[in-house]
Ligand binder design. Structure first.
Ligand SMILES: [Zn+2]
Length: 198
């Protein structure tokens, strides 16, 4: 049995599937009666859950499931605003995991360093390429990553990636295999799915 199968189970208010609570998104009602995404699942009060899927979030809004589950205690919910909240929460988690990877020295930054590591054969779990990377370098890294079968995603611009590392602009970062990389992969999949469906 995996860790994910242990622990409290909750039901998605949209598709009614029962899952480990850690695999779901938690929502609570704020003091101003708006519905808040409680991504870290730490806010007090009654929580309600959906799958980590934009479809379930939208279905829940459409069918008034939030109102029903919060027993009329929340204001009406705007699907776009709630989706934006969820994207922002995932984004925050991604940036915090990148910071943790850097601190634990599992992160490689800069195109030269990443290309060198890729050429040595790979201990890398994932590569994040800046959206504004130069075409030539971007293609070179993507081709090497494909050869080594490493998950690659285009996310953030060079300036934002640099900021995450407390440095000047960086056009590419990579994270080595490990638990942090696994968590980061989960969040990146989630982010891509949320943004793509937007
Ligand atoms: Zn669901």
């Amino acid at each position: 049995m995996t860790v994910a199968e242990h622990g409290p189970q909750r039901t998605c208010i949209a598709c009614r599937q029962m899952k480990n609570k850690k695999q779901l998104v938690r929502y609570v009602v704020a003091p101003d009666r708006s519905v808040l995404v409680d991504y870290r699942q730490r806010l007090p009060g009654r929580g309600t859950y959906t799958c980590m899927s934009k479809q379930c979030l939208l279905d829940a809004v459409k069918r008034n499931s939030f109102q029903r589950n919060f027993k009329g205690q929340c204001r009406s919910v705007d699907a776009t605003a709630l989706t934006q909240q969820l994207i922002a929460a995932v984004d925050q988690k991604i940036t915090s995991l990148i910071g943790m990877s850097r601190k634990s020295r599992q992160l490689i930054a800069g195109s030269n360093a990443v290309i060198e590591t890729l050429k040595k054969g790979s201990s890398l779990a994932l590569i994040i390429i800046a959206t504004d990377i130069s075409d030539t370098i971007g293609k070179k890294i993507a081709a090497l990553a494909l050869r080594e079968d490493i998950y690659t995603v285009c996310l953030y611009d060079k300036q934002k990636i640099g900021q995450l590392l407390g440095k000047e602009e960086r056009s590419v970062i990579a994270v080595q295999n490990g638990l942090l990389a696994d968590s980061l992969l989960n969040e990146l999949h989630m982010y891509r799915q949320l943004v793509r469906e937007n």
